[in-house]
Design a protein around this ligand. Sequence first.
Ligand SMILES: [Zn+2]
Length: 226
Amino acid sequence: MMQTKRKAKVSSAVVVFILAAIVVIIQNIPSGVTVTRVIDGDTIEVKMSGETYKVRLIGINTPESTTRVEPYGKEAAEFTKSQLLGKKVYLEKDVSETDKYGRLLRYVWLKKPSELTDSEIRTKMFNAILVLEGYAQAATYPPDVKYAEYFAKYEAEARESSRGLWALENSSPKNLNRIVYWTSNGKSYHYSKDCPRLSRSKIINQGTLQEAIDIGKSDPCDFCVK
Ligand SMILES: [Zn+2]
């Protein structure tokens, strides 16, 4: 009797251990997975161990291309398809396992990084590449913020160079959500915080064009706003 109980205990411990091991493997995913479908710019399907999982690329947001179509949504979806479909990728988890739709929340690496430096991130991590190429905006959803500073920097780069969706954004002067810069004294708003007209200002304020207009910064700078 004692013997059987003990055996049962041992084997349930083994089962728990195996389950824990499976969970760890799913969380860290040391080996590559294959992208079997691209749903939109920031959502893909991957196959691992015979199972299909939906994956939401985190830290970023591409314009919608499925239920409703936003400007540049189709282009973002096409770009992701061209870069990822059928490819082997490496998934990195931040804090959250899944979102409320059950999608895995992950950074998608085209190649495993040898170290986590700016140049590795910008060349090998697809989330970063989407932002750098102007297919996505940086989007911070705590607690998954490991690369938030990099994404914000890459978005500023894409915006300054009018890449991808920023070309549309920047060519539409009436876009009240775009980020502009101003000083407390001037009446102008600026598209670039590096504008020479701002070079003497110690404090540069940042906000949407709507916010700038609301506080009386209604003149477009004649140097950086064309
Ligand atoms: Zn300016």
